[in-house]
Design a protein around this ligand. Structure first.
Ligand SMILES: [Zn+2]
Length: 436
């Protein structure tokens, strides 16, 4: 069972190949014993696949528990980065960092694949001490987009420093322009050094196996999906060329992503896909599969990449009836794909719908964010297909052009014949000069 569980790809191939619908390996006699045998095999296969699914879900949850429990904030991603580095090295994957501290994990097997770079960010909105304090009060700045009314006196914060962690509470919010700088004065007992960081004092991670709640799903859930994808690729030894890129300080203003563009470590030929946890919207609910994101609040993304992603997701859906996906404009926030598109990359995006975006819970209370575990599993399945079939990029637009051309040819004659009554005589040269 362990061997079977090791490769989802193997299992799905096994199921599709063996349990195929035509049953050509059977004789035609309906009373023959081989029919009974087939039923038994089919039941056994269904059982194995559901066990494989359960094993995979447990593996994903175990990974999520470990990664999501690590503290992080913009510019303070070192613990998450260390976990990712160790995870990749243990699987024999190549890890690089650029000079801005972004992590790039490479998976390459086989030749001639167009590279795909999946990008998730390692930070989450959080606090940063702007002064040393021996105890009592400390001034912090909040990095990330959270409205001022959520910073109530008594709000609970957890500070992380070289000497460990400690609890703090919000004391006051100085009367300065919130849009320019989010200054928050905290009250605490112990000492704090300038540069120590803090998070909302919420559960690091908890789950009921269907939903994961965490103080920082955005975007550690995206990081978990990418690590699970790398794990799967490494174990199945799939032929593909993929990068999993982990960026820094996204919440403070895309600093890591912009640094990544300047360090030029991602080949220009790569398809770049931003992987986010995005605010759940009425038309993009959680639990209905990963979302192919056609754009964000700022821009729309490369339509060829979006078409490619849609083709790949439809392909997975054909092979696995339980797989679902969505294709939506997620304009609840801006993501790194906007940066990549504007740096000349062919970039698209995919995301998980997430509740309590940026910890903004009902009634203006700070709460854990949450994501659907099934959506995460499906995202892993989807990204593996994208990585393995990256050479299909460009096929969907070519097919679309063919279809449009064929459609035009079908009506061309009638269009020409009926045009005579509409056509006006060609204007004499210079007739439009006056208009210009
Ligand atoms: Zn995010």
């Amino acid at each position: 069972m362990k061997r079977l569980a090791r490769s989802w790809l193997g299992a799905s191939w096994f199921l599709n190949g063996f349990g195929g619908t035509n049953g050509s390996w059977l004789c035609k006699n309906t009373k023959c014993a081989c029919r009974k045998a087939r039923r038994k095999v089919s039941i056994a296969l269904k059982l194995s696949v559901s066990i494989v699914r359960a094993v995979r879900r447990n593996q994903l949850l175990s990974l999520a528990r470990r990664l999501l429990s690590l503290p992080t904030a913009p510019f303070h991603e070192e613990r998450v980065a260390q976990f990712i580095r160790e995870f990749a090295i243990a699987r024999g994957l190549r890890v690089r960092t650029d000079k801005f501290g972004n992590l790039i994990v490479g998976y390459r097997r086989g030749r001639g694949h167009r590279p795909v770079a999946f990008v998730a960010h390692m930070d989450h909105p959080g606090f940063e001490a702007v002064e040393d304090a021996a105890g009592g009060f400390v001034m912090t700045r909040f990095l990330g987009s959270v409205p001022r009314q959520y910073f109530r006196t008594g709000g609970r914060v957890r500070m992380f420093g070289a000497d460990g962690e400690q609890r703090a509470t919000i004391w006051s919010v100085p009367d300065v322009d919130w849009k320019k700088e989010k200054l928050v004065r905290l009250r605490l007992k112990g000492a704090v050094r300038r540069g120590d960081f803090g998070m909302w004092d919420l559960a690091p991670v908890k789950t009921n196996h269907r939903v994961i709640w965490s103080r920082a799903c955005d975007d550690l859930a995206g990081c978990v999906v990418l690590l699970a994808m790398l794990d799967e690729l490494a174990q199945s030894r799939a032929s593909a060329s993929a990068y999993a890129v982990f960026t820094r300080a996204e919440e403070a203003g895309f600093h890591g992503a912009m640094g990544l563009m300047r360090s030029r470590l991602i080949p220009q030929s790569a398809i770049v896909i931003s992987v986010e946890s995005s605010k759940e919207l009425p038309h993009a609910p959680m639990g209905q599969g990963p979302i192919i994101r056609v754009g964000d609040r700022a821009t729309t993304f490369d339509s060829r990449v979006t078409m490619f992603l849609e083709e790949m997701a439809a392909r997975v859906a054909r092979a696995d009836r339980r797989f679902t996906f969505q294709r939506r404009l997620m304009d609840g926030g801006t993501c790194e794909s906007t940066v990549f598109c504007h740096s000349g990359y062919r970039a698209g995006a995919a995301c998980l719908a997430m509740g309590n975006y940026h910890n903004l819970g009902p009634g203006e209370h700070i709460r854990e964010e949450y994501v659907d575990v099934g959506d995460m599993q499906k995202a892993v399945q989807f990204f593996i297909e994208v990585a393995r079939r990256s050479n299909d990029y460009g096929r969907a637009p070519r097919l679309l052009k063919k279809r449009l051309d064929a459609l035009f040819e079908r009506g061309r004659r009638q269009l020409l014949q009926t045009a005579a009554v509409i056509r006006v005589p060609a204007p004499a040269v210079g007739a439009f000069e006056e208009l210009e």
